[in-house]
Design a binder for this molecule. Structure first.
Ligand code: FAD
Length: 365
């Protein structure tokens, strides 16, 4: 039961965005001000479910195309994860990025202030083929298989309830939240088919990766060849946090491709490209651990973090004879938080702060 003074917040979605929003909401006195219920079809322990994105991420910080809002979230999130390194959940990761263009300074200008120990390689650096410049810096990675269950157990210890259920509509979520309650919609790709949202700007970006055991790979490495600002194939290597020796290598960025089955030719291509970029992957100790396919929940125009006031049928209107036209709806507060595409982890803490701020500012007094 909700304590009389508590606001009931229903968070729809238990990916990294819904979980992080719940974490921020229940910090400090939040756990006494808010009763939080997370309603989701896929739960943090469903680490083999391809129906949500969060289990399949790298999950590290690397530069994506970004506007001012996203840069703000990324800076905040980077600092937060960096401060979590001592917990053991977050791995500090030396990183190299190579560019097909010559001007590494220019292409990294917007993000060099986010990462740590940023340096441009001198021109006599041994660049891989296809690369004409590059940078090195310190970033981080987390292991979704450890991090998502950790978030869940933290939330449970703060009294957050988890309900496994697929909802058809935003109205159902508002009804669960009840009068004076609020909903956070963190459904990722689900926002496309949730009645009352039906956001056709949401689309999948298929990401195929290979998880290998390769104990001598200790750096994250990416290459952005020239002329391909949005390549459907990328080459990146991300040592995993929490599981020494495990390395995620990728990958693909295939927009509007809903196919969650494995492509063997794609996997071969990923492995071949990654071995050229990081020769330690070709050592005989390297073993394939798993082939993965995940769908990134992207959105034209970027993530939707926004307040919406929706008309929700009041309880009276469910009984027709009692309903009266003027009083059969009430306003429900919804904060949307979906469409994070390739960057849900690296924007999670910053976006969650904004979601919670919007929620608090818009709650009825
Ligand atoms: P999701 O994780 O998709 O969660 C959606 C939730 O909503 C689920 O719980 C689902 O069950 C629930 N849901 C949906 N519809 C309904 C409904 N109708 N009723 C009930 N529940 C519903 N990001 C990074 O920051 N760094 C990386 O290095 C990185 N690498 C990636 C590599 C790959 C291969 C992939 C696939 C992704 C990568 N990402 C990375 C992106 C990241 O995984 C996503 O941005 C992030 O997981 C999105 O989280 P989310 O919570 O918004 O959505």
């Amino acid at each position: 039961p909700t304590h009389a003074s508590q606001t009931h917040v229903v968070i729809l979605g238990a990916g990294v965005i819904g979980l992080t929003a719940a974490h921020v909401l229940t910090e400090g006195d939040g756990s006494s001000l808010f009763k939080v219920t997370i309603v989701a079809r896929d739960m943090p322990e469903d680490l083999n479910s391809q129906a949500f994105a969060s289990p399949w991420a790298g999950a590290h910080w690397s530069p994506m195309q970004a506007d001012d809002r996203l840069v703000r979230w990324e800076k905040y999130t980077f600092d937060k994860f960096w401060s979590m390194i001592p917990t053991g959940l977050v791995r500090r990761l030396p990183s190299r990025i190579y560019f097909g263009v010559e001007d590494a300074e220019k292409v990294s200008a917007w993000w060099r202030g986010i990462v740590r120990d940023f340096r441009v390689f001198p021109s006599d650096h041994p660049f891989p083929a296809e690369a004409r410049s590059g940078v090195q810096f310190e970033t981080f990675s987390v292991n979704p298989g450890v991090y998502l269950p950790w978030l869940k157990s933290e939330l449970e210890s703060r009294g957050v309830t988890f309900v496994r259920r697929r909802l058809n509509s935003l109205d159902e979520a508002c009804e669960l939240a009840g009068e004076r309650g609020a909903v956070i919609n963190a459904t990722g790709l689900g926002a496309r088919s949730l009645f009352g949202v039906e956001d056709t700007k949401v689309y999948p970006v298929r990401g195929q990766t290979v998880l290998v055991y390769s104990p001598n790979v200790t750096e994250a490495v990416n290459i952005f060849p020239a002329g391909t600002t949005k390549p459907s194939e990328a080459t990146y290597v991300i040592p995993r946090a929490s599981t020494p020796g495990m390395v995620l290598i990728g990958g693909t960025y295939q927009s509007n491709n809903w196919d969650t089955s494995l492509s063997i030719p794609t996997a071969r291509g990923i492995l071949a490209r990654a071995k050229v970029l990081v020769p330690a992957l070709a050592e005989p100790t390297t073993r394939i651990h798993a082939h993965n396919v995940g769908l990134r929940p992207a959105r034209e125009g970027g993530p939707r973090v926004e307040v919406q006031s929706v008309d929700v049928p009041s309880e009276d209107s469910l009984t027709p004879e009692l309903s009266d036209a003027s009083a059969d709806t009430k306003a429900g507060l919804v904060v949307h938080a979906y469409g994070f595409g390739s960057a849900g982890y690296q924007q999670s803490w910053g976006a969650a702060e904004e979601v919670v701020r919007l929620l608090k500012e818009n709650l009825p007094q």
